[in-house]
Design a protein around this ligand. Sequence first.
Ligand SMILES: Cc1cc2nc3c(=O)[nH]c(=O)nc-3n(C[C@H](O)[C@H](O)[C@H](O)COP(=O)(O)OP(=O)(O)OC[C@H]3O[C@@H](n4cnc5c(N)ncnc54)[C@H](O)[C@@H]3O)c2cc1C
Ligand SMILES: Cc1cc2nc3c(=O)[nH]c(=O)nc-3n(C[C@H](O)[C@H](O)[C@H](O)COP(=O)(O)O)c2cc1C
Ligand code: SF4
Length: 488
Amino acid sequence: DKWGGDWNRRLEFIRQLLSKMREAVGDYPICCRVAGDEFMEGGYTLDDFCKYIAPVMEESGCDMFDVTCGVFEHFTSVIPEMYEPRGVWSYMPEAIKKVVSVPVAGLGRINDGRLAVKMIEDGIFDIVGIGRGSVADPEFARKTLAGRYDDIRQCIACNNCFEDDLSNRPSRCAVNFEYDRDSEWEEERMLSTKKKQDILVAGGGPAGMEFARVATLRGHKVTICEKKDKLGGYLPLAANYPRLNTRELLNIIRWLKKEINSLGIKVEFQTEVTEDLIQERKPDAVVLATGSAEVIPDIPGINGPNVVTLDAYLSGKKTVGKRVVIIGGNYGAEVAVSLGREGKKMPEPGYKKYHLPFEKRVLQATNPEKVKEVTILESGPIVGWPPYSFIMRYIVINEALAEAGVQCLTQVSVKEITDGFVSYVGSDGKEATVPYDTLIVAVGRVAKRDLYRQLAGKVVPVWEIGDCTGPEKIRKAIHTANFAARQI
Ligand SMILES: Cc1cc2nc3c(=O)[nH]c(=O)nc-3n(C[C@H](O)[C@H](O)[C@H](O)COP(=O)(O)OP(=O)(O)OC[C@H]3O[C@@H](n4cnc5c(N)ncnc54)[C@H](O)[C@@H]3O)c2cc1C
Ligand SMILES: Cc1cc2nc3c(=O)[nH]c(=O)nc-3n(C[C@H](O)[C@H](O)[C@H](O)COP(=O)(O)O)c2cc1C
Ligand code: SF4
């Protein structure tokens, strides 16, 4: 039809659209949100956009370009996951800026005020857009302009907010309890406590830290006792994959630490909360934020010499041999990707790979000596969906598993671990073995409720928050903590 064919014909739609818009709005500026690259077979590329589309849009009355990318058919590129680097899309607005004379805005994983300023100062683009960064901290722009970069509660790019949006649920931010709630939930409107209490928090993970922050703002006296020698709970481990970027998880810990310091909250390290300690200190209330523990399955040979748990691997306590078998493909998927990338060229950041056929996305070996053979044995039907994941991350991690050449065997039942071999019954019902040099156990986690069971009904009021109510994710830790701190 008249809208299809060569570029000239294809652009007729946008010409007419902009001309009608101009008629409707007069002098009012027209800002167009555009995909710099559709990243789709048969779609347009950045080169097409710069050569054909951008000039025609400018001629037809577009006063500003706001550049994103991707199309709904593979929406994982539209809102980049934490695995992608910060500012991952900036090369697109940068290229478009070179071919138009109107202002160009860029965005995408810019969650640090310093990076936002740098993009402008370096002339990469004219206006910097902050999407999720403003969800995580609505004061992002104000704090950036004031140079208060470290006061920003940075987005961790977990996409909890967007997944809610996709599912037609109220959108909730993992790190900002207030986001998308009625104004009565604003922290500034929070009521001070009528009765100041002396509260002991067991556990300095995200839940314990957020609780301490909010309860202190309400006027309580809070002490955090943490068994280990640092704050952050599980997150320093979860952020520790050598070849998969999950370091954004630490953003919320950095911010909470800063708040805890400035509020003068007392933190006692290497202090395990026990029933005796509570009897001795006699607080008015105890808040348990004790997190979760690894599940160790009852499989013959599980205590063998080359069997390590995921936590032990992430703590850097164990080295890993060439052939790695991972039992548990949900908690184990990220470690599988990280190990599967060893000795290989890292994937190019961003989504240019979508222009390539899948065979070309498979990572090439650069150091064959270091390449690992990684196999996942998973009892369920899928891999890559631990309780902290969502559909977008599931899709992205499964692509990464395939690129990294990880062999994923699902619906298998592991029977025995011997020296160098794992025996299992496969999805076809047949027995088989797979050799290993290192076996990583990542089957799941269980809430740590021992202390609760000991204390319930015996001592002062006891509250539970975060993963010790069931292992899940940061959002649950922050939200259960914030909610409890508003009630206590
Ligand atoms: C491999 C892995 C990757 C993950 N990745 C993500 C992710 O990408 N996104 C996400 O949202 N979530 C992720 N999670 C989940 C996330 O780590 C947890 O949901 C979150 O840390 C829970 O916070 P918490 O404060 O409740 O517990 P934790 O973070 O577990 O903290 C509990 C703290 O309590 C301390 N403690 C325990 N008992 C006592 C005691 N008796 N006295 C004093 N201190 C005590 C512990 O030492 C610990 O510091 C991941 C989890 C795993 C296992
Ligand atoms: C909850 C949520 C809803 C969004 N809705 C839209 C939308 O309706 N239209 C759109 O073009 N982009 C939408 N986006 C994408 C953002 O505008 C932005 O392009 C993207 O999040 C990348 O920028 P960021 O890394 O700064 O968040 C949405 C993003 C989020 C997180
Ligand atoms: S939910 Fe996650 S991705 Fe969305 S704004 Fe909050 S921290 Fe960022």
